[in-house]
Design a protein around this ligand. Sequence first.
Ligand SMILES: [Zn+2]
Length: 302
Amino acid sequence: MISTGFSTDGSAVFRGPMYPGKGKTMLARRLPGILPTLSFDESLETTMIYSVAGSLAGRSLITERPFRAPHHTVSVAGLVGGGPMVRPGEISLAHNGVLFLDELLEFGRHALEALRQPLEEREISVVRARRTVTFPADFMLVSALNPCPCGHYGNPLRTCTCSQLAINSYRAKLSGPLLDRIDMHVEVPAISYRELAGSEAGETSETVRARVETARATQLKRAGRCNARLGSREARAFAALDSDGHRIMERAVERLALSARSIERVRKLARTIADLDGSPDVRGPHLAEALQYRFLDREVTS
Ligand SMILES: [Zn+2]
């Protein structure tokens, strides 16, 4: 799943039942390992932020993509930056890396709303006593949520004890505007420990990373930037749909009630899936796969 969908930036939400081993967290923690190696410039930027935050902990240079996983009780200042000393927040400590929000719906409304601007602008301005400080905040947002309040909905090994009403109001907490800013919704099925332990060894992170780096190079050559950063016009030009694609998209827009912003994300994601597939054109199967990653849109709007 990760091996086909992800490029080098963008965002994702994992949803699945709770079970021992915490599959969603485990998946998120593996992500920095398949992202392109940190360039020297990125390394310097990230090191500078950690230095300002006093979080270098004896390191002279940060050479790995950061992985930050703040708890849902984090304050708005702790998350986006600020406080009496105007320190960078978690989103800046995750610059050039991954920001993981486990139990997304447990985070405060103000904290989640504070994420919207930096997700668009990839930096954050903190105003404090007539002084404005801007910190870089270019991170990949990954979050996880349970399918219901008790966490067992859809788990064949456990019984969900929630009423339909409780499930509906829990899901209603996911706001459309935040979801619109997330590229991929990934359902993580419940699997027993035996299945996990018995599964054949898959590809190594290095193999996947090589494929990601190739796809990223293709994107940079084509547009000078990653697919996730394409403007609307570029997205239409570089991810042109054939008649088959238009038909698939038309049906999906009706069925999922996709917003204009979601449609654009689907196009860019389909472009990335095609790049990982080594295909110069976005074909029907690429678009169909990209659309599978929008199932939460339907649940929020219905
Ligand atoms: Zn439940």
